[in-house]
Design a protein around this ligand. Structure first.
Ligand SMILES: [Fe+2]
Length: 197
């Protein structure tokens, strides 16, 4: 079970609305390498992971990704507060607005809805942890791209925090992969699937 703390992991205080930027950042909510995908990937994979240290790692990071999803949603919400119809039209927000007003809906920046096919839970420790390391790099790249599109320091400050956490997660999944490999036949890591055989 989870205990909810009524605060963000990192504060979000954005003063200037910017619906165009919100439409890019929403990809880290519902896009292929976003925080919703990240949390569901790790919280799904943990059940069949055979080693408790690595199972705990997936639970810890999956939980933190939920907190990151909350931060991304807070950013999008604050960037789209108190918009005028003119701002909506001028900043290309009308196609999102017509279906969702300013509610949060998990989508990629290009409008592709959130899809579980963007992540895997394969039931093989090495396969899953290799995916997780790649996923963290993809999330870090997406935050780099968002930073290049951002000229608001209040937004960039939070995005830099999230980017840094992806780097830490990549490192920690690397340690998890090493734990799994240390427990397997070092001459052939791929001889068996420790989650099944
Ligand atoms: Fe992450």
């Amino acid at each position: 079970m989870w205990t909810y703390e009524k605060r963000l992991q990192y504060p979000v205080r954005i003063l200037r609305p910017n619906p165009r930027l919100a439409k890019a950042i929403i990809s880290q909510f519902g896009g292929p390498d976003g925080e919703l995908s990240a949390s569901m990937r790790y919280l799904s994979q943990r059940y069949s992971m055979p080693y408790n240290e690595v199972k705990g790692l997936l639970t810890d990071i999956g939980t933190e990704e939920l907190a990151h999803m909350e931060i991304v949603c807070a950013i999008v919400h604050q960037l789209t507060k108190n918009l005028t119809p003119e701002q909506i039209k001028q900043q290309g927000f009308d196609d999102y607005y017509v279906d969702h007003t300013v509610g949060l809906w998990p989508t990629a920046a290009a409008g592709i809805p959130h899809n579980a096919l963007t992540y895997a839970s394969k039931g093989d420790a090495i396969t899953d942890l290799t995916e997780d390391m790649a996923a963290e790099q993809k999330a870090r790249t997406t935050y780099d791209n968002i930073l290049r599109l951002t000229d608001d320091p209040d937004v960039a400050d939070v995005i830099k925090f999230l980017r840094q956490r992806e780097i830490v997660h990549h490192q920690r999944f690397g340690e998890g992969l090493r734990i799994v490999q240390d427990k397997l036949d070092s001459r052939n890591f791929y001889l068996t699937n420790p989650e099944f055989d």
